[in-house]
Design a binder for this molecule. Structure first.
Ligand SMILES: [Zn+2]
Ligand SMILES: [Zn+2]
Length: 133
């Protein structure tokens, strides 16, 4: 499936070819902090199928407890997280689904790091709904 993405300010734009069955939702505490939110939704694309159309993302190098290093790319102007990849030789881009025009058609197929899921996160269906603000 072909997808188009953009950061909030529009400096960074890209296109990619993804598999809609490969969308995952991560509850890890790093994703909570890095998104400033409850969880992160990501879809993978082979590096060959990811094309940056404009802008130059900045990289934050995240080192895990295991020593594993991950390049977290974000827009240098508005801070929108764009993708994650290997720092040296990118093979796979983990694209942040919230940047994609097609995001409403990309439900997660699995939830990972569920042990650190916020205790209320699966329980919001009955929280009062307000259509705007
Ligand atoms: Zn931006
Ligand atoms: Zn995570």
């Amino acid at each position: 499936m072909k997808v188009e993405g953009s950061c909030h300010c529009g400096q960074v734009t890209f296109e990619a070819e993804i598999d809609p069955a490969d969308v995952s939702l991560c509850h890890c505490s790093d994703c909570q902090t890095l998104t400033g939110s409850a969880y992160r939704v990501t879809v993978r694309a082979p590096a060959a199928d990811f094309v940056l159309r404009s802008g130059t993302p900045r990289i934050y190098l995240k080192t895990a407890e295991s020593g594993n290093r991950r390049a977290q790319a974000f827009c240098p102007h508005c801070g929108t997280p764009i993708y994650v990849t290997e720092p040296d030789e990118p093979r796979v881009y983990g694209i942040r689904v919230g940047t994609l025009k097609q995001r409403a058609s990309l439900p997660p197929m699995r939830q990972i790091w569920y042990r650190s899921a916020l205790p209320w996160v699966t329980d919001i269906r009955d929280v009062p709904h307000i259509e705007r603000q």
